[in-house]
Write a protein that binds this ligand. Structure first.
Ligand code: BTN
Length: 252
């Protein structure tokens, strides 16, 4: 892995740091020595962070737990949702190349069927009006086949493909897909990003159950995601459309 990573990095003129252990790779790349396109990866995180203050579980040495640094200083702070779109699509593209029908579960998960194969933790720094630095934290389950019972619906590429995978090759594909989507954003191809993101949304256009923070449950159909990042859901059977921010709606 070490050798493969060094080769991939030198070919692309960037820096890949590979650690046996780290608290959280998102924190590791906060060091200003990490610039655009650089990556830190750890075989084991002792304080891996997930969404909503959760921790991120990953079997040491089995998966990809990494953070990519981007410097999208062209992007207005109000348009930072495009970064989440670009990173989500980069992960989904990698899985689709492997023949897996990856879907983006709003806002931060990548699913295969009804199971989570990857989670994203994207942290943006704002300087003035624009985003100056993005840390794209990605936890992608690659070769793990057994998970703790308290994780609701995990899967991995190895489970879905029925065979162990070469993590170096998957990392190389992932890095290239992420940078391709980022370059597309930099060129201003936001309509394309939004269209592809929409097409790959998990549960798009079908009726499922959701719940609200007060415990109410309802049937709804996801219509899309606004550019501000809110999930748009048509309640059933009324058809009345509501927009939800992160944490305002849960998938059942
Ligand atoms: C989630 O699904 O809740 C998001 C999980 C994000 C996990 C990744 S692993 C690499 C990076 N470092 C962290 O501490 N978290 C992210």
């Amino acid at each position: 892995m070490e050798h493969t990573l060094a080769q991939i990095a030198s070919r692309r003129g960037v820096r890949f740091v590979h650690r046996a252990g780290a608290a959280s790779t998102n924190d590791l790349v906060r060091d200003p020595s990490f610039g655009h396109g650089d990556v830190a990866m750890a075989e084991e995180q002792t304080a891996g962070r997930g969404q909503q203050g959760n921790s991120w579980h990953s079997e040491p040495g089995a998966n990809l737990t990494l953070s990519l640094v981007l410097t999208p200083d062209f992007l207005p702070a109000g348009e930072q949702f495009y970064l989440l779109q670009a990173v989500s699509l980069g992960v989904a593209d990698t899985l689709r190349e492997l023949g897996l029908d990856a879907r983006i579960k709003w806002p931060n998960d990548i699913y295969i069927g009804d199971k989570k194969v990857a989670g994203l933790l994207i942290e943006n720094d704002i300087c003035g009006m624009n985003v100056c630095r993005t840390i794209a934290g990605i936890g992608l389950n690659v070769n793990q086949t057994r998970f703790p019972d308290d994780l609701p619906n995990p899967t991995s590429i190895a489970i879905e493909k029925g065979a162990g995978q070469d993590r170096g090759a998957i990392f190389e594909a992932l890095y290239d897909h992420l940078m391709r989507r980022y370059e597309s954003l930099r060129r201003g191809e936001t309509e394309r990003l939004a269209r592809d993101y929409h097409e790959r949304l998990y549960r798009l256009g079908s009726v499922h159950q959701y719940s609200l923070p007060d415990g109410t449950t309802f049937d709804g159909m996801i219509l899309g995601v606004a550019l501000t990042g809110e999930l748009q859901v048509a309640h059933q059977p009324s058809g009345v459309v509501h927009s939800y921010l992160f944490k305002e709606i849960a998938f059942l």
